[in-house]
Design a protein around this ligand. Structure first.
Ligand code: MN
Length: 313
């Protein structure tokens, strides 16, 4: 692949001292198994460039602060040469180093496959005490795709095989084999249509997430293509900005976040809005994750989850 343009630091601000940084953004411009529209290798460059133009203040009622002041580092991009397995090994090492230093690891893709490197590092570091929340138009539960098991279309299947509990929100596209896999496992995804039609459907899904830490994986295609056309497979009927903000507020209020990623941005030349949307989305998610859970929300969540567990027995 041709040389990628340079990746500038997030938010266009000087890097905080290492000992004051609470999060580290790790760009991973991997593009190996994308199925439809190419360009996700340029996602990190575009997101970082756009992020220099954001307001550093987040006006969200719950934040009303400059999340950047909590200390957000940008690391050099992970080398994406070689096989996907080799790239994932580098991602795993980069994430492990941040975990070791007590920082929140934040991947910016690149294709969704990169998430697997972070999940592997987290399982090695802390075991399986965390759940994965996949905000994605797709289930990514295929056993293999185009002969590949390390593919964007298989990443959550590999996560399930790692022994992790995976929750899907915003789904609106899957294969018949994936639908059968869901049935066999008794997994009920948060279909985008249900979430839009009925607020209690969203609550049910959020309450069903086990109390405790979460890893949040955001595929930008969870957003509607009207605001996020710049992605490999733009599926109609997605979430809007405020829907997604509400989900992030709920997740980050009720759970400590142990890792975060934003993947599958494939910039469209001449169209700035999707890059800017992705930058703000990452910044908002980071702001909420670094703010940490609210003890009252955590207690309420545990109570609701126990009721939810009893009902589903
Ligand atoms: Mn997707």
């Amino acid at each position: 692949m041709a040389e990628l343009p340079p990746i500038t630091p997030f938010a266009g601000v000087p890097q905080p001292p290492e000992d004051q940084a609470r999060a580290a953004i790790i760009p991973v411009p991997l593009e190996s198994t994308v199925s439809y529209r190419p360009g996700t290798a340029l996602g990190p460059t575009a997101l970082m460039a756009a992020s220099a133009h954001m307001e550093l203040y987040d006006e969200l009622d719950l934040l009303r602060e400059e999340p950047i002041s909590r200390g957000i580092l940008t690391r050099p991009a992970v080398d994406t040469q070689g096989t996907v397995a080799e790239v994932l090994a580098r991602v795993r090492a980069a994430v492990a180093a941040e975990l070791e230093a007590g920082r929140l690891p934040v991947l910016v893709g690149g294709e969704h496959t990169v998430t697997l490197g972070a999940l592997t590092a987290l399982v090695e570091s802390r075991g399986r005490d965390f759940s994965v929340v996949s905000l994605d138009a797709h289930l990514d539960l295929r056993d293999s795709y185009q002969g590949q098991r390390l593919s964007h279309a298989c990443v959550m299947r590999r996560a399930v095989e790692l022994g992790l509990e995976v929750h899907h929100l915003g789904v609106r596209s899957c294969s018949q084999a994936e639908a059968r896999f869901l049935e066999e496992r008794g997994i009920v995804p948060g279909w985008a249509r249900h979430l839009r039609q009925d607020v209690s459907a969203l609550d049910d899904h959020l309450w069903g997430i086990r109390p405790g830490p979460v890893y949040i994986s955001i595929d930008v295609d969870v957003l509607d293509p009207s605001i996020m056309p710049a992605t490999g497979t733009p599926e109609p009927g997605g979430l809007d900005w405020h829907d997604l903000t509400d989900i992030l507020i709920d997740l980050c209020s009720c759970h400590p976040v142990v890792g975060l990623d934003l993947v599958e941005l494939a910039p469209l030349p001449g169209l700035a809005a999707p890059d800017f949307t992705a930058a703000r989305l990452l910044y908002r998610a980071l702001g909420l994750a670094l703010r940490g859970p609210n003890p009252r929300a955590v207690a309420l969540h545990r109570q609701r989850w126990e009721e939810w567990e009893k009902q589903s027995l």
